[in-house]
Design a protein around this ligand. Structure first.
Ligand code: PLP
Length: 406
């Protein structure tokens, strides 16, 4: 058996492995250090009571012959699909057809798998720094070229930095697909409707599609920031939107997400004829996926009940309060910080050193762990990511220790 040789081109998943290695070495040398982790991208608060109640009830149903369920629908149960249409989209003035919603076990799977629908020679643009799944899934499929120094030579990088206000420039060459993630991981920054419209218009004019990752939409606090790309006129023609309950409702270990593919979004076949991406995705999901478990879909549905909404909002507000503490703590100490207002991520400008040196400095002086920006792409160098997912107490303590950076 010959392997897919594209895998041999992949750099190791260096970032978190290297963070863990440096942390281990430090702990061996400083066994008494009380280390606070602000590098984690995982939630820490438990599932809310309404979700647990719904999951328990569904588990009981599975143990009773009258209410037992076997294989569910490939694209999700009606109750969850309709809860999404009615609660996440209708209030925004967005009407979705029932079969435009696909329930899945994670946004990571969806943003990673969607590239199977693109031609082998499709050109891909990503914002830089970036959530690595968009890059790696295309690299594994052979679309990214070769990894030379710190970048793939067949990907189009759209640098986002303090100089351009973290607003990605449009691609300067022909691309077929643009991945956008807002609120952004890792920078924590957002785009307005007008800024997103520039991309929607470009995609229309250039026969491209947008994969819009909205995994962090629950953290949006500013009214003018869109929760969905479909709030932008024309987006239904060109955009696929991936959402997740992971950060919205603490489902990182429970696993449930959804992707929206409007019927208007089309690619072209070899004859130049239009082909609906929605139909292709249905075909793919029906072949390779057997649905999310019934208790988990019931758990997700419970997020949309009035109590569920209020309980989930309280958890998000807690994370946002942590984000504010970190952001303001950095700014008060003269460290430039971005994000954290509509996002659990704070992206700071590293003062006078590279991002790995700052990792070591922060660990040594403050006993705080974060994530070096260089790990998210070439434009991440010089920046550093802190996250708001730790407890309020640990977050406050970590910020107080930033005084030792002076
Ligand atoms: N998209 C982005 C931008 C993320 O940061 C993450 C997780 O960190 C995911 C998707 C993964 O979501 P899920 O847990 O639904 O697979």
């Amino acid at each position: 058996m010959r392997i897919n040789s594209e895998y041999e081109k992949m750099p190791g998943s260096y970032l978190f492995a290297e963070v863990a290695r440096r942390l281990k070495v430090y702990k061996e040398q400083h066994p008494d250090a009380d280390i606070i982790r602000l590098g984690i991208g995982d939630v820490t608060q438990p599932l809310v009571p309404k979700v647990i109640e719904a999951m328990h009830k569904a588990v009981d149903e599975m143990g009773n012959a009258d209410t037992f369920r076997g294989y569910g629908p490939d694209f999700g149960y009606d109750f969850l699909v309709n809860a999404i249409r009615d609660n996440d989209y209708a209030p925004l003035g967005i009407a979705l057809d029932y079969d435009e919603v696909f329930i899945s076990d994670g946004a990571k799977c969806d943003v990673g798998n969607i590239q199977e629908l693109f031609s082998q020679d499709a050109m891909i643009a990503i914002t830089d720094p970036v959530y690595p799944v968009y890059v790696d899934s295309n690299a594994m499929a052979g679309r990214a070229g070769n990894y030379i120094q710190d970048r793939w030579d067949r990907l189009v990088y759209l640098p986002c930095n303090a100089e351009n206000g973290f607003i990605p420039p449009l691609p300067e060459s022909k691309v077929d697909v643009i991945y956008l993630c807002y609120p952004n991981n890792p920078t924590g920054t957002v785009l307005t409707k007008a800024q997103l419209k520039v991309f929607v218009d470009w995609a229309k004019e250039n026969d491209a599609i947008i994969i819009f990752d909205a995994a962090y939409k629950a953290f949006i606090t500013q009214k003018e920031i869109p929760h969905s790309i479909y709030e932008v006129e024309g987006a239904r023609d060109v955009a696929i939107e991936c959402c997740s309950y992971s950060k919205t409702a603490g489902f990182t270990g429970t696993r449930c997400a959804y992707t929206i593919i409007p019927h208007e979004v089309c690619g072209k076949n070899a004859k130049g004829e239009k082909v609906e991406i929605n139909a292709m995705w249905k075909r793919r999901m029906a072949t390779k996926f057997n649905g999310v478990s019934y208790p988990v879909q019931r758990a997700a549905e419970a997020i949309y009940t009035p109590e569920g909404k209020a309980q989930v909002e309280q958890v998000i507000d807690g994370y946002l309060a942590n984000a504010r503490v970190i952001r303001e703590g950095l700014l008060a100490r003269g460290i430039q910080a971005y994000g954290g207002e509509n996002s659990p991520y704070i992206w700071l400008k590293v003062p006078g050193m590279d991002s790995w040196s700052f990792f070591d400095t922060l660990l040594d002086r403050c006993h705080v762990v974060g994530t070096p920006g260089a790990g998210f792409g070439p434009s991440g160098e010089g920046y550093f990511r802190l996250t708001a997912f730790n407890t309020a107490e640990a977050t406050r303590e970590a910020v107080a220790r930033f005084d030792r950076l002076k």
